[in-house]
Design a protein around this ligand. Structure first.
Ligand SMILES: C[S@@+](CC[C@H](N)C(=O)[O-])C[C@H]1O[C@@H](n2cnc3c(N)ncnc32)[C@H](O)[C@@H]1O
Length: 328
C-alpha cells in the first residue's frame, strides 16, 4: 500500500513537471522530475498529510529555509539533515501566492462601474490586489501612470475590444477575507510570498517587492475568515453609498466541492454586490461553457457570471471577448 502511494506521489510530481512547470520554469521542471525519482524525498513527503505533499509547498518551503534548491542533491541533503524544519514549515504554511499584477485585468471592470467603490476580496492573502488604485498600468496602447513614483507599473498584453480605463477607480472602502491573512509588515510572511514565486519569474518578484512597499505605507485590512461563512458579515460593513464589489482571483479552486462554490455564488448574487471572478475555468463550469474556446493555461474573467475575457494567470495578459465590451 505504502509503495502504491509512493508511486502515485511520484506520478503527481511528474505531472507537475509536465503540466505546470514545462515552458514556465525549466528549473522546477527538472527538479520535480528528479523528486519523482528520489526515494528519499518521496518517503519524506509520504509522511505528511496528503494536502501537504504539494510540489509548490515543498519547493516554497525549501526555498524559504535555505534559498532555492539548486538541484536534487541539495534537496535530498535538506530532507536528510533538516527534515523537522522542512516538515514544520510545510505544516505551518499554505500556498498563498499574492499576485498584485492581477489588478491589471480587474481594472477595466472596476473602472467601468459607478464610482466610488467599496471592495471586498475573498481569498485576499496579504491583500495586495485590494490596492488597484495605488499601482500604474501599461496595456500597450493605453497606460495609467502610478499615483506615486515608487509604485509598480504592471504590464499586460491586451487583445480584443477591452474597455481600457483612462482613470483609476475611486475606492472609498476596502477589506479582504482570508482563512490565513498574511501581514505585509511581517518579514516572515513576505519572505514566504517571495519563496512561492518560481525561479525564473523575476518580473513577478519585482512586482511583489514594489507592491509590498506601497502596501506597507497603508496596509490593507484582511480579516481572518472563511468565504463560505463570513462574507455576509463583512458585506454589512461596507458603506451603502458606494458600489459594493466582491471579487476573487485564484481562490475558488481551493473550495473543494461545486456545491460549496455555488453556495458562495448564491450569497454574493443575493446581495447588492457586483461579483467579479477571475479563476481557472473548471471552477465555474456553467460560466466557462458560455465563453469562446479556451487557450490553455488561462483564467476566466467574469462579471455577475457573464464571461468577459481570458486572462494570464499572473495578470500578464487580457484577451477580451468580442461583443463583451459594454458596461459590466
Ligand atoms: C493563491 S492565493 C490568491 C491570493 C490573491 N487572491 C491573489 O490573486 O493574489 C489563494 C488564497 O485564498 C485563500 N483561501 C482559500 N480558501 C479560502 C476560504 N474558504 N475562505 C477564505 N480564504 C480562502 C488562501 O488562504 C489564500 O490566501
Amino acid at each position: 500500500m505504502a509503495e502504491e502511494s509512493l508511486v502515485r506521489l511520484a506520478e503527481r510530481y511528474r505531472r507537475f513537471a509536465t503540466d505546470e512547470a514545462r515552458g514556465v520554469s525549466p528549473h522546477y521542471e527538472r527538479l520535480a522530475r528528479d523528486i519523482a525519482a528520489s526515494a528519499d524525498v518521496l518517503r519524506f513527503l509520504i509522511d505528511l498529510p496528503p494536502p501537504r505533499r504539494q510540489p509548490n509547498l515543498l519547493l516554497g518551503a525549501a526555498t524559504l529555509i535555505a534559498g532555492r534548491p539548486p538541484d536534487i542533491k541539495s534537496l535530498t541533503r535538506m530532507v536528510a539533515r533538516r527534515a523537522e524544519e522542512l516538515r514544520a514549515t510545510m505544516l505551518a504554511r499554505t500556498t498563498q501566492t499574492n499576485d498584485p499584477a492581477r489588478c491589471a485585468v480587474l481594472l477595466p471592470l472596476l473602472a467601468a462601474l459607478p464610482q466610488p467603490l467599496a471592495l471586498i476580496e475573498v481569498g485576499a492573502s496579504a491583500g495586495l490586489c485590494l490596492l488597484p488604485d495605488r499601482y500604474g498600468y501599461d496595456w500597450g496602447h493605453a497606460r495609467l501612470a502610478p499615483p506615486s513614483p515608487d509604485a509598480p507599473v504592471f504590464g499586460c498584453a491586451v487583445t480584443g475590444p477591452a474597455p481600457l480605463p483612462t482613470a483609476l477607480p475611486r475606492i472609498v472602502w476596502r477589506a479582504g477575507l482570508d482563512l490565513n491573512p498574511l501581514d505585509v509588515a511581517s518579514d516572515e510572511d513576505t519572505a514566504w510570498l517571495s519563496a512561492l514565486i518560481w525561479p525564473e519569474q523575476e518580473d513577478r518578484r519585482r512586482n511583489l517587492r514594489a507592491a509590498l512597499a506601497v502596501a506597507r505605507r497603508d496596509p490593507p485590512r484582511v480579516v481572518r475568515g472563511d468565504l463560505l461563512r463570513d462574507l455576509e458579515t463583512l458585506m454589512a460593513e461596507a458603506p451603502a453609498e458606494a458600489t459594493l464589489v466582491v471579487f476573487h482571483t485564484a481562490v475558488l479552486a481551493y473550495v473543494s466541492t461545486a456545491e460549496a462554490r455555488l453556495h458562495f455564488v448564491d450569497t454574493v448574487r443575493q446581495s447588492r454586490a457586483v461579483w467579479i471572478s477571475n479563476e481557472v475555468p473548471s471552477v465555474f463550469h456553467d460560466i466557462a461553457i458560455r465563453a469562446p474556446a479556451a487557450p490553455s493555461g488561462r483564467f476566466l474573467l467574469a462579471v455577475d457570471g457573464v464571461p468577459k475575457a481570458w486572462t494570464g494567470p499572473h495578470g500578464q495578459s487580457l484577451e477580451w471577448f468580442p461583443g463583451r465590451e459594454g458596461p459590466p
